[in-house]
Design a protein around this ligand. Structure first.
Ligand code: SF4
Length: 324
């Protein structure tokens, strides 16, 4: 929006001619007084990224309903505030996440895949370029590291990944993900949550409510444990209740049972295991493998195994795979 342009006239008449414009500026103070006034009064939808450090903070806060200077200063990277127009009374402005710049080169996907499969093991931590919030819902450092690794690996495979800033007031997935065929899915990293099946099932339910596939990422070796939760939401290992298929006990956390089985029964999900040097995307249900087979003969284990109790494998958390 340069000085001396005809934009002030265009802005005042655009509506009449049903003309829509996207105008951007780094600093309001760069604009001539007339243009500044036109931008404030005639641009009915305003989107503001973190204006911290600019002299325009007061003026910008004044254009946004219910957002103060402190909230503007605290906007993380890739977060913005939108003030939408209204025919009657202006509603409150809302904070939203945007997609960080993504420079995927689709033409080179195959080379990237080849490189990824020959990659050296990860030796250093991957740093996220964005804040995910400090609230409890943002998870601990290991959770963040898992997300960072998943983002890096999935983007190399042609997925677009947008990790979401977590605030206490709303329950969100860890991220949104656009698959190479253009479908939006939820991204959930399960680290400590694997010991909290109700949390995992709630994450799955959130995706089904939006009619989206849920892509779960776990550390190497944890896919079976996650599959056990997702494929058995009533917890058939329990014995509190009984139906025509056998006994079950709903998963419970802090006294709250997860009973919304219908919501997750036909859910669409995939599990991705993050390995040291690559990822494995499980397109089908994850088949459990006996963890003792590396060091023992199958025949021996079929006869006797320390981990088996009444046909149940305590290591896998499901029926012994050698006795089914
Ligand atoms: S109980 Fe079965 S699946 Fe589990 S470790 Fe023993 S033999 Fe393997």
């Amino acid at each position: 929006m340069g000085e001396g342009s005809n934009f002030t006239k265009i802005l005042s008449e655009a509506r009449e001619y049903r003309l829509g414009c996207w105008l951007t500026t780094q600093y309001l103070n760069q604009l001539a007084t007339e243009m500044k006034r036109a931008a404030a009064n005639d641009c009915r939808t305003k989107i503001v990224f973190n204006p911290d450090g600019t002299e325009d903070l007061n003026r910008i806060a004044g254009m946004l309903q219910g957002i103060d200077k402190k909230q503007l200063r605290q906007l993380g990277q890739y977060r913005a505030v939108i003030q939408k127009p209204s025919e009657t009374q202006r509603g409150p402005a809302a904070v939203f996440n945007t997609y960080p710049p993504w420079n995927a080169n689709h033409a080179g996907i195959n080379q990237i895949k080849d490189r990824a499969t020959q990659a050296e093991p990860r030796t250093t931590e991957i740093k996220l370029r964005q804040s995910l919030g400090n609230q409890t819902s943002a998870g601990g450092e290991k959770h963040k590291q898992l997300l960072a690794e998943a983002k890096q690996d999935l983007e190399q495979q042609g997925y677009q990944v947008n990790l979401l800033y977590q605030a206490d007031e709303e329950e969100k997935p860890d991220g949104h993900l656009v698959t190479p065929d253009g479908k939006t899915a939820h991204l959930e990293a399960e680290h400590s949550t694997l010991t909290k099946p109700t949390k995992v099932l709630k994450n799955l339910k959130r995706g089904t409510q939006k009619d989206r596939e849920v892509i779960f990422v776990v550390k190497e070796g944890k896919a079976v444990k996650l599959e056990n939760i997702l494929s058995d939401p009533v917890n058939r290992r329990g014995s509190q209740h009984e139906d025509q298929h056998g006994t079950y006990s709903y998963y419970t956390e802090d006294g709250n049972k997860f009973t919304d089985i219908q919501a997750v029964e036909d859910a669409d999900y995939r599990i991705i295991e993050i390995r040291e040097d690559s990822i494995t995307i499980h397109e089908e249900e994850v088949e459990a493998e006996c963890p003792m087979m590396e060091n023992h003969q199958k025949e021996e284990l079929e006869q006797f195994c320390l981990h088996r109790d009444n046909g149940h494998c305590q290591e896998l958390g499901q029926e012994c795979v050698l006795q089914t």
